[in-house]
Design a binder for this molecule. Structure first.
Ligand code: ZN
Length: 189
């Protein structure tokens, strides 16, 4: 079932996700809903907080054409999409960083250059509850880091440069106000 995307200004986005204790049918159902929601919104990643649930679950679905170098070779051969990460934890990150534009479904129409490590190793539980450790590079590594930020309550606006934040401050304030108005409307009898 497609869910509502929670946008900036909604307090749930600032919550720290609680770990999943048991990978059961309820968690898999949440992941299915998240996938449907992300696809409907044409996103490449989604964290559970963005559908209003502060649990440590995120998904990514990066088109493989975004994972190729100039020669057309995959940066992450063997990776299949979509991927679900339950209780993901950063094991290590490369010292080498890269800056690229990022967007977020919780910040519609807002994009900002964000600096991140080029390569990360992550451990997590898969859909069967099996522990996995994998290393990701380039855009896929960026997408995972963005989603893991969500699980810690860290948002695009916290990662952008001070200068970019000033440039976008009008748009960001407007979004926050719209979100707050929507929430107030939902709370009214
Ligand atoms: Zn996001």
């Amino acid at each position: 079932m497609k869910k509502l995307i929670h946008t900036y200004g909604d307090p749930v986005l600032r919550e720290k996700a609680r770990p999943v204790e048991k990978v059961d049918e309820a968690i898999r159902a949440l992941i299915r809903d998240m996938l449907e929601t992300m696809r409907a919104e044409r996103g490449v990643g989604l964290a559970a907080e963005q559908v209003g649930e502060a649990v440590a679950v995120c998904i990514i679905e990066v088109p493989l054409e975004m994972d190729r170098d100039e020669q057309g070779l995959l940066f992450n051969p063997g990776v299949t999409m979509p991927m679900a990460f339950i209780n993901p934890r950063l094991v290590s990150a490369s010292r080498e960083t890269e800056t690229a534009d990022e967007g977020c479904l919780s910040f519609p129409d807002i994009y900002a250059p964000i600096q991140r490590p080029v390569e990360v190793t992550v451990d997590y539980l898969d859909l069967q509850g099996q522990p996995q450790t994998r290393t990701f590079r380039k855009f896929i590594a960026r997408a995972i880091q963005h989603e893991m930020d969500h699980l810690a309550g860290v948002l695009l606006v916290d990662r952008m440069s001070a200068m970019k934040k000033i440039t976008l401050s009008g748009q960001i304030k407007r979004l926050k106000r719209q979100t707050r108005e929507q929430l107030a409307g939902q709370a009214a009898p």
